[in-house]
Write a protein that binds this ligand. Structure first.
Ligand code: PDD
Length: 279
């Protein structure tokens, strides 16, 4: 089942799923996407992911009136209850007869979804190294746009320096990772930057804040300066596919004890228990 992908109303083997080279997703990166985890066949926080998709769609002035139930029905045939997987969903402004920056008069979005296994990320247990880099991205980072050139160049710069992720700095503040949100424990308080057009409103981020609040972990949505993150006892990056990943080295210096810290351990356990409780 899982080798089938969804394209514009049909389920096809991946090799048979084709779109035109005139698709605006290919020509302009004119589209948005979602990454939705599914544990043991159950989609995690589907409503929240679809709400974010709808925000992204309205952010790029593209309308696609699918309900949560419609999306659930589209994804269901690709899910396998014996695995942890994620749905990759991409919606573009579709095919246009000629390449023109302005929107076509008749827009028929291209809707593509595929399902892949979530492979455990070793860095979640061991911790990872990160570097800080200037955030070179655009001003609508709250939109989950398929146009990811900034993000991929930044991630690659980190990989080239033997680091797993880049923490992005804008006007002296650490905003998020190249493909993750950022948390830091500073003076015993768990901090993460507030939602704004400078970051993607991560679903994992929301879950962590809810769990911290429910379990009396002192936490706050607040700006984190580059200077202050250097004093953090713990730093984490979070995302749907890697969950909560401790950062043990930043710009070549150990973070805290240089090992995953106790607040990470607590929130990681709470997240695993929360996932279990849903299946
Ligand atoms: N990316 N910020 C950015 C820039 C991201 O690309 C992601 C996730 C996040 C975390 O969001 P969430 O918790 O909803 O996954 C934050 C996905 C996983 C990707 O592009 O593959």
């Amino acid at each position: 089942m899982t080798d089938l992908v969804y394209l514009n109303g049909e389920y096809l083997p991946l090799a048979d799923a084709k779109v035109s080279v005139l698709d605006r997703g290919f020509l302009f990166g004119d589209g948005v996407y979602e990454v939705i985890p599914a544990y043991a066949g159950k989609l995690f926080r589907l409503e929240d992911h679809i709400q974010r998709l709808n925000n992204s769609l309205s952010g790029i002035r593209l309308s696609l009136p699918h309900s949560v139930a419609d999306w659930q029905a589209i994804f269901a045939p690709m899910l396998d209850s014996s695995k942890d997987q994620y749905i990759y969903l991409q919606v573009t402004r579709g095919y246009a007869a000629k390449r023109d920056h302005g929107f076509p008069e008749q827009v028929v979005p291209t809707v593509f979804a595929m399902c892949s296994e979530i492979k455990p990320f070793a860095g979640r247990i061991t911790g990872i190294k990160c570097i800080t880099l200037d955030d070179i991205r655009w001003q609508m980072c709250n939109v989950k746009a398929i146009t990811l050139l900034g993000n991929i160049l930044l991630r690659q710069e980190a990989l080239d320096q033997d680091c797993a992720e880049a923490l992005l700095v804008k006007d002296g503040l650490v905003v998020e990772g190249a493909a993750s949100n950022v948390f830091a424990v500073i003076d015993g308080v768990l901090l993460t930057p507030p939602k704004s057009h400078q970051i993607l409103p991560g679903i994992t981020r929301d879950v962590i804040l809810e769990l911290a609040l429910a379990h009396q972990v002192p936490c706050q949505e607040a700006a984190i300066s580059l200077d202050s993150i250097k004093t953090a006892s713990e730093i984490w990056v979070t995302s749907s596919t890697r969950e909560i990943v401790p950062v043990i080295e930043l710009d070549g210096a150990a973070v805290g004890s240089g090992k995953p810290g106790p607040v990470w351990q607590q929130l990681d356990q709470l997240l695993q228990a929360y996932k279990q409780s849903l299946s």
